[in-house]
Design a protein. Structure first.
Ligand SMILES: NC(=O)c1ccc[n+]([C@@H]2O[C@H](COP(=O)([O-])OP(=O)(O)OC[C@H]3O[C@@H](n4cnc5c(N)ncnc54)[C@H](OP(=O)(O)O)[C@@H]3O)[C@@H](O)[C@H]2O)c1
Length: 262
């Protein structure tokens, strides 16, 4: 039976791939992002290829009232959300003391607060139905210190911790929650940060976004608590458990620096 999926950050990267997968499986969509034109473009692409209903909400999830706005828009359309994908997020690059506070705050609001607020609003109807699935975008950066991306990594550690605690709270309720931990992947995130000049970007190969999303989608559907996507990232996750944090931080700092640095 067709269900409804709400995907934040639906207009590029992982979010757009999630929309394609849900639509492929016959599920209706509520797409959330800031850019109306970009939403329309993805909406048209989905209409062309799949027979599902697509709604969109243009909102800045970096704003404190945004989650409420999304919830009200969904209620006004008389929709029930069966799958919530908290995907929208931004990254950063640079030393903490050099980065602008307003940008840090916006990132924390988007990556953490709106994600939690959306979960707070959409979870009760799921619990009432004893059915529903939530997927939160964490990162391999959730597992280790990440110099020159300090706040980003902290937001992703928050997402992982929140999701795993919630997975326990939701046991036997019929609702599941999953954290997806991708590594560096080929989306627009790197250009937006910008991370294009880092050794990370120049010296390592980025994962294919559609493969990452396939992993996340399957993990969500099977109710898996935590999914690290990709073999290389699984090795990194295992190493993060045995390598001291200081050493990890030094290694990551090297990759986060600009390639032109000696
Ligand atoms: N790519 C990676 O290497 C990687 C690795 C680990 C985890 N992740 C996580 O994966 C998630 C998706 O990132 P991505 O790589 O797919 O990035 P992306 O290609 O840059 O896509 C980000 C999406 O979020 C939306 N967005 C950005 N700021 C927003 C805001 N303030 N309000 C509402 N929507 C906003 C963007 O649309 P608008 O600009 O139109 O709003 C876009 O649709 C993020 O949470 C990221 O941290 C990415």
């Amino acid at each position: 039976m067709a269900k409804t999926a709400l995907v934040t950050g639906a207009t590029s990267g992982f979010g757009r791939e999630f929309c394609r997968l849900f639509a492929h499986d016959g599920h209706h969509l509520v797409m959330v992002s800031r850019d109306r034109n970009a939403l329309e473009k993805v909406q048209n692409e989905i209409f062309k290829n799949f027979s599902v209903k697509v709604h969109s909400v243009a909102v800045d999830l970096g704003h404190p009232d945004a989650a409420k706005e999304v919830f009200s828009a969904v209620q006004a359309k008389g929709l029930e959300v069966d799958f919530l994908v908290n995907n929208a997020g931004i990254s950063e690059h640079g030393l903490f003391h050099e980065n602008e506070w307003e940008k840090d705050l916006h990132m924390m609001q988007l990556n953490m607060v709106s994600l939690v607020h959306l979960t707070k609003l959409f979870l009760p109807p799921m619990l009432k139905k004893k059915e529903g699935k939530i997927l939160n975008l964490a990162s391999i950066a959730s597992l280790m210190p990440n110099p020159e991306m300090a706040i980003y990594a902290a937001t992703k550690a928050f997402v992982l911790s929140f999701t795993e605690s919630m997975a326990n709270e939701l046991k036997d309720t019929g609702v599941t929650i999953t954290a997806l931990l991708p590594g560096g992947s080929d989306t627009e995130l790197f250009d937006r940060a910008p991370l294009g000049d880092t050794r990370l970007y120049k010296n390592t190969s980025l994962d294919d976004a559609s493969e990452v999303v396939k992993d996340g989608y399957e993990a969500m559907m099977s109710g898996t608590r935590r999914k690290v996507s990709g073999t290389q990232n699984k090795i990194q996750a295992a190493m993060s458990k045995v390598i001291p944090d200081q050493l990890l931080a030094a290694g990551i700092r090297y990759f986060m620096e600009e390639k032109s640095k000696k």
